[in-house]
Design a protein around this ligand. Structure first.
Ligand SMILES: Nc1nc2c(ncn2[C@@H]2O[C@H](COP(=O)(O)OP(=O)(O)O)[C@@H](O)[C@H]2O)c(=O)[nH]1
Ligand SMILES: [Mg+2]
Length: 191
């Protein structure tokens, strides 16, 4: 199971809809704040695998921890255009990463809304999140992706990460993620 979490209005729903392939998204598209849980079925690039991602509304942060059982991956979405929110988002991320149940999950830190001109650039956003320190202090493997649910930037990178975290770099944009994931699993099980 994969979770998609992050502060309210950080762009989780739009990102998941884009990843799921809902194609009626344009500038006028409006989402409804998620006050509960949304489920999305994401398909791998080659169409052979489906993965269910569970989005939990930002307003539910105090009870996120009730959803941590059997979670393997977490997509954490931060709104890179929201200066007021970004530091708080970093604190919230830290509180997630120290959760005992999440010690072995893979994390994708998604810097969202990168289409907006007044967004923070990657390095500034990471600085505000105290990312360097975070990375030193936590055990999880964290991948950073810049994305836009509006324009589609980073969507395929996110899909590759979802289906194939270990070999993300090796696969790049041309490889077969599912086959590489199978190979990675085979490597793990043959040890
Ligand atoms: N410009 C821009 N706006 C976005 C993007 N993603 C979400 N939004 C807008 O931000 C608001 C909150 O988005 P939503 O996906 O509902 O956030 P959630 O509460 O994290 O699920 C909505 O008005 C979206 O249209 C993005 O990538 N770019
Ligand atoms: Mg939502």
């Amino acid at each position: 199971m994969c979770l998609c979490i992050g502060p309210a209005k950080s762009g989780k729903t739009l990102l998941m809809k884009k990843l799921q392939g809902d194609c009626d998204i344009d500038d006028a598209y409006q989402t409804v704040p998620t006050n509960g849980v949304n489920l999305y079925t994401i398909r791998s690039k080659d169409g052979h695998f489906d993965m269910v991602v569970r989005e939990i509304g930002g307003s539910m942060a105090p009870i996120w921890k009730h959803y941590f059982d059997r979670v393997r991956k977490v997509i954490y979405v931060v709104d890179a255009s929201n200066l007021c929110q970004i530091s708080a988002a970093g604190v919230l991320l830290y509180s997630l990463l120290v959760e005992p149940k999440l010690q072995h999950v893979k994390i994708c830190l998604t810097l969202g809304k990168m289409d907006l001109s007044y967004r923070q650039m990657r390095n500034e956003a990471l600085l505000m999140l105290h990312f360097a320190r975070l990375k030193r202090e936590v055990s999880q493997n964290i991948t950073v992706i810049e994305a836009s649910g509006m324009e589609g930037q980073g969507i395929e990178q996110l899909r590759n990460w979802l289906f194939n975290p270990e070999t993300l770099r090796a696969v790049g944009s041309t490889g077969n993620a599912a086959a590489a994931a199978a190979a990675a699993n085979a490597t793990i099980s043959s040890k």
